[in-house]
Design a protein around this ligand. Structure first.
Ligand code: C2E
Ligand code: CA
Ligand code: CA
Ligand code: CA
Length: 285
């Protein structure tokens, strides 16, 4: 037993050592990735759910990917947490806003139809959201790229609002004053969604995909989605359902009056080139 104890102690130590090394490695890789421009944005289309002729394309959510020369395309869940912990999320996040706005400006020029209610959504991490100069930064990027303030939508989660509520409220007020749209992401999954709903200005609720993916099996999920829809309607907010994968989910959401949605049923997140093919088809007359 004594031997075993010593062994497991060594294993524990070794594991910690490896984890620390891996984290340091990842941090270095992320720094290099930033300098070498290894990040790319993918774009997931957001559609009007009502199927008049075809679902109308209303915009895109920008989703970051890391084109790692060794490991290939990596998803944000594998590097955003470390980027947050090391502060690298700040330059990375600023790059995301720049890139998304530049892209949107190009698309608006090619497909002016996008101006009608269309928008580009960008995810902001909590750390990014609480930096004091965020409104200034966004203002500079939007002005420089020439897009319409109204067409930029930021997606934040409850955790962005939790750390410093006074500062968060101030930031949101400044963004709202510019007409930037604010979406509450992963709505319903947090600890105090309703009290945040009361205290902070917002335009859009994004129903988390965990509720959508269980709609067909769970009457509780159905009840939650119905309730979020009712909230949205009464508070005059737009609702976007994320993670739609089946026709039955589209049907249910339509019946509840949900106007907008995204998910594999419509399209996976697309490369710039793929997104342009979709736009080309969509607006071909
Ligand atoms: P999120 O904001 O909730 O984004 C939705 C995620 O669901 C995306 O994963 C998207 O690819 C995925 N998804 C879309 N449709 C479906 C579907 O029908 N079924 C399923 N199962 N999944 C679907 P992704 O791109 O891996 O992003 C994961 C998370 O990483 C995002 O969750 C967001 O929190 C974060 N993230 C992505 N891009 C950025 C970024 O530029 N900045 C920051 N701070 N976070 C980002
Ligand atoms: Ca999002
Ligand atoms: Ca989500
Ligand atoms: Ca999320």
């Amino acid at each position: 037993a004594k031997n075993k104890g010593r062994n497991s102690y060594q294993i524990f130590n070794w594991t910690m050592h490896t984890e620390v090394k891996q984290r340091l490695q990842l941090e270095n890789d992320l720094r290099r990735a930033l300098n070498k421009d290894e990040f790319v944005l993918f774009y997931q289309p957001i559609y009007r759910l009502s199927p008049q002729q075809k679902h109308r394309l209303c915009g895109f959510e920008a989703l970051i990917r890391w084109h790692d020369p060794e490991l290939g395309m990596r998803s944000p869940d594998s590097f955003i947490p470390i980027a947050e912990q090391t502060g690298l999320i700040l330059p990375m996040g600023e790059w995301v806003i720049w890139q998304a706005c530049r892209q949107w400006q190009q698309w608006i020029q090619r497909w002016p139809q996008l101006q009608q209610g269309g928008n580009i959504s960008v995810n902001l991490s909590p750390m990014q959201f609480v930096q004091p100069d965020l409104p200034g930064q966004i203002d500079r990027i939007v002005s420089h790229t020439g897009i319409n303030f109204r067409q930029l939508r930021i997606e934040i989660t409850e955790s962005a609002l939790m750390q410093n509520e006074t500062a968060a409220l101030e930031t949101l007020k400044q963004l709202k004053a510019k007409n930037i749209q604010v979406a509450m992401d992963d709505f319903g999954t947090g600890y105090s969604s309703l009290s945040y709903l009361l205290r902070f200005p917002k335009d859009v609720l994004k129903i988390d995909k965990s509720f959508i993916s269980t709609l067909e099996q769970s009457s509780d999920s159905q009840a939650i989605v119905k309730t979020i829809m009712a909230l949205g309607k009464n508070m005059e907010l737009d609702i976007v359902a994320e993670g739609i994968e089946t026709a039955a989910q589209v049907q249910f959401l339509l019946e509840q009056g949900c106007a907008l949605g995204q998910g594999y049923w419509f399209s996976e997140p697309l490369t710039e080139v793929q997104a342009e093919q979709i736009l080309e088809q969509h607006f071909a007359t």
